[in-house]
Design a protein around this ligand. Sequence first.
Ligand SMILES: *[C@@H]1O[C@H](CO)[C@@H](O)[C@H](O)[C@H]1NC(C)=O
Ligand SMILES: *[C@@H]1O[C@H](CO)[C@@H](O)[C@H](O)[C@H]1NC(C)=O
Ligand SMILES: *[C@@H]1O[C@H](CO)[C@@H](O)[C@H](O)[C@H]1NC(C)=O
Ligand SMILES: *[C@@H]1O[C@H](CO)[C@@H](O)[C@H](O)[C@H]1NC(C)=O
Length: 402
Amino acid sequence: MNKFLCCTLVFLDISVKWTTQETAPPKYLHYDPVTSRQLLCDLCPPGTYVKQHCTATKKTECAPCPDQYYAEDWNSNDECQYCNTVCKELQYVKQECNNTQNRICECTEGRYLELEFCLRHTECPPGFGVVQPGTPESDTICQRCPEGFFSNETSFKAACQKHTNCSALGHKIALKGNAVHDNVCHENKDASAQKCGIDVTLCEEALFRFAVPEKLTTNWLNELTDGLPGTKINAENIERIKQKHSSQEQMFQLLKLWKQQNKEQDMVKKIIQDIDLCENSILKHIGQANLTFEHLNILMASLPGKKVRKEDIQRTMKLCKPTEQILKLLNLWRIKNADQDTIKALTHGLKHLKAYHFPKKPIQSLKKVVKLLHSFKMYQLYQKLFFEMIGNQVQSVKKRCV
Ligand SMILES: *[C@@H]1O[C@H](CO)[C@@H](O)[C@H](O)[C@H]1NC(C)=O
Ligand SMILES: *[C@@H]1O[C@H](CO)[C@@H](O)[C@H](O)[C@H]1NC(C)=O
Ligand SMILES: *[C@@H]1O[C@H](CO)[C@@H](O)[C@H](O)[C@H]1NC(C)=O
Ligand SMILES: *[C@@H]1O[C@H](CO)[C@@H](O)[C@H](O)[C@H]1NC(C)=O
């Protein structure tokens, strides 16, 4: 009676376990020496071993693995396996042994297992980026940086980086990047002017204006374009300039573009240097004039022709540095009054400013600027540009037109 109860209890216990696991336990064949028959016994679950094989009347009896022993799978073993993994040098115990699992060792940080040894992860050298960082089981995977990417460091982690997009920053490429270094950008010399938006400076105007004939012929632009040395301005740009600008303005834009396109050429470099010198001395004069909105307003009102609007003066004050404000406003005036000479207009305006109690110092500075722009130096510069470089062609055109 006692025995029977005990058996049912074991049976109940096991059956509850099976039903919660929902699948019937897998079986194994066992030769029962008592009945001399092959029996189909239940396997023991992971973490246990077979303590007693099943008989015709009794199910398999399983027992948990003792300490430091494990059984990974369903099994019919009569003992568990010993936790035999020993962590070596440069390894740590990732998972201690329990009754379903042997001890798991792993290489320490920064190393991976190659055969028996924990080797250091490879660092990707400059010019190579990490495609896949190393793991405890695998080494770093490096790849040569493709076109447009770079890596300038030796690293376990750093992927190749995209070259900095200089133009997106409004800069120019000073040094083109390669696999080991980034693009080096340098501030576009015109960048501040572009922000403030001075498209043709007073010095350029003074210089370019010499080249403009009194009467514009329809063919003038094409003749000039053909005559200019260096990289030719392409037809598409000429067309764009023709569409966007009045006839006189076209001339300035064309020369400006030509100057930009050819700035690496030695002869143009010299001209640009001279223009820069001119611009620096203008800035030196005008930079002193610290004018308020009222003053700028009076100054612009004194110029003949179409007036620059007050909103434009305000915007200019916001966008441009104090030293650039007058120049920008004169630039705006020129754009509004496309066939007139800014320098002449300024000369005209300066005569009338005194009547408005305009501060004396800025008037003097502006007078100096006008003088500079009318100076013999500018004419020499013009000669260099148009007579020496372009030669007789423009000269003859000019003569014909005068
Ligand atoms: C043994 O360790 C493994 C890994 O953490 C775990 O999944 C498993 O449940 C453990 N076994 C026991 C019986 O605690
Ligand atoms: C790598 O390039 C970056 C971005 O250009 C730069 O900031 C860094 O200083 C460079 N590092 C070395 C070691 O040259
Ligand atoms: C750089 O940026 C400009 C403007 O955002 C974009 O048009 C150009 O495709 C970019 N160049 C590269 C190489 O990504
Ligand atoms: C220009 O004027 C402003 C406002 O009147 C003043 O804050 C600034 O210091 C002046 N700058 C110079 C260089 O005089």
